[in-house]
Design a protein around this ligand. Structure first.
Ligand code: 2PG
Ligand code: MG
Length: 412
């Protein structure tokens, strides 16, 4: 069995050009697991802190000072690595060492273990042999915290090839919708510069309604029927609009405000009109009861909590009790360590809550989350459609398909 022989951290940059950390975990066989941490722009109040005092350098220093705690551990034993990490930082949000360190270290250890065992990483994370591909879910049009002024308030309009039978077809369908939408936008606005938001979705000067209309048109022009071959999804990221003083959702760009009741109707109208398969954070991060209303109303749509749950097992238990959602985003860096995220995934399946493993808007070109999405039996893998750091995750799915270990697409 391999043992961790050394750990090396370095300062790098993410797709937004912000500083981040990368960690190598090196085994006594010389196998290297290497992971670079992503980061969010729309960040939930209760998610793990990325870096202590906002300083990646400080996180790396703390790791270096504590390297010995990890030397000699079995890199495939996530629990013991997690526990060693918790000896350094027992805070609920990893404020001492930083969630980015926890993220990179635990995933890098897992990757090094998979390499020394000569198996793909997803196989190391699950004993289950009945594995399927999650449906790629990707941003085709961005607004909110991911794009500049003039774009929609809604953060993300997403596409998912819900009718695809193979992983390659699902990727190609998403790509074709993204391309078709680009053509429509160029025709509609001669001033359109092909600008894209943080996740590679187009960033046009359109309001929410217009943006949804053109997204639907792109699917239809390709001959797809919404809700069949292709479905749209929306990440409302409603916490961005929520104004705690006014107790209203303020849509600055579109110029209107919603009371909590109006927000539920607003989201419900969009879900119905565009036959969404997926609706994320339709209300703000603490509005569990309002999410529960939508969940009850749309039992067949993935009513998904992201900022609402922040990949936190305790918050998930509470949400499950309130039946606040039927689906949950899994972002390892919201939780902190991969161990935390796997515990979250177990709790979700116990409660019949479907998982969507997700990237962050500031990403690296790594592709470990493709393995994590498969191993956690996620229904969807939210990783974008275009852009090098997004395509990296999709290409990894295609490489994984060569192993012949995965039997088709999941059932949503
Ligand atoms: C989200 C994510 C990813 P961010 O809100 O779901 O799409 O964005 O990483 O900025 O939180
Ligand atoms: Mg979100």
């Amino acid at each position: 069995m391999a043992r961790i022989a050394s750990i090396k951290g370095r300062l790098l940059y993410n797709s937004r050009g912000s500083k981040t950390v990368e960690i190598d975990v090196i085994t006594d066989n010389g196998d290297v697991g290497r992971v670079c941490a992503p980061s969010g722009a729309s960040v939930g109040k209760y998610e793990a802190i990325s870096f202590p005092d906002n300083s990646p350098e400080k996180g790396l220093e703390i790791l270096k000072a504590n390297e010995k705690k990890f030397i000699g551990l079995d890199p495939s034993d996530l629990k013991s690595i997690h526990e060693a990490l918790r000896e350094i930082d027992s805070t609920s949000n990893y404020s001492k060492i930083g969630g980015s360190i926890a993220f990179s270290l635990t995933i890098a250890a897992t990757e090094s273990a998979a390499k020394s065992e000569g198996i793909p990483m997803f196989k190391l994370l699950t004993k289950d042999s009945d594995l399927k591909f999650p449906f790629p879910l990707g941003n085709i049009l961005g607004g909110g915290a991911h794009a500049g002024p003039g774009t929609p308030d809604i953060q993300e309009i997403l596409v998912c090839a819900t009718g695809s039978k193979t992983i390659r077809d699902s990727i190609e369908v998403n790509l074709s919708v993204h391309k078709e939408l680009g053509k429509i936008l160029a025709k509609k606005d001669p001033g359109f510069t092909n600008g894209r938001g943080d996740e590679g979705g187009w960033a046009p000067k359109l309001n929410n309604e217009q943006a949804l209309e053109v997204a639907a048109r792109a699917c239809e022009q390709l001959g797809f029927t919404l809700g069949k071959e292709v479905s749209l999804g929306v990440d409302f990221a409603s916490t961005t609009q929520w104004n705690e003083n006014k107790k209203k959702y303020v849509y600055d760009r579109a110029g209107f405000e919603n009371t909590p009741e109006e927000q539920i109707d607003f989201a419900a109208e969009i879900i119905k009109k565009y036959k969404l398969a997926y609706a994320e954070d339709a209300v703000h991060e603490e509005a569990f009861e309002d999410m529960a209303i939508l969940t009850k109303k749309f039992p067949n749509i993935l009513i998904t909590g992201d900022d609402l749950l922040v990949t936190n097992t305790e918050i998930l238990k509470n949400a499950a009790k309130k039946r606040a959602c039927n689906a949950a985003i899994l972002k390892v860096n919201q939780a902190g360590s991969l161990y935390d995220a796997i515990e979250f995934a177990k709790e979700a399946s116990k409660n019949n809550i479907k998982l969507i493993t997700s990237h962050r808007s500031g990403e690296s070109s790594d592709s470990h989350i493709s393995h994590i999405g498969i191993a956690t039996k996620s229904k969807m893998l939210k990783v974008g459609v275009m852009g090098g750091e997004r395509i990296a995750k999709l290409n990894e799915l295609l490489r994984i398909s060569e192993y012949d270990l995965i039997r088709g697409m999941v059932e949503i």
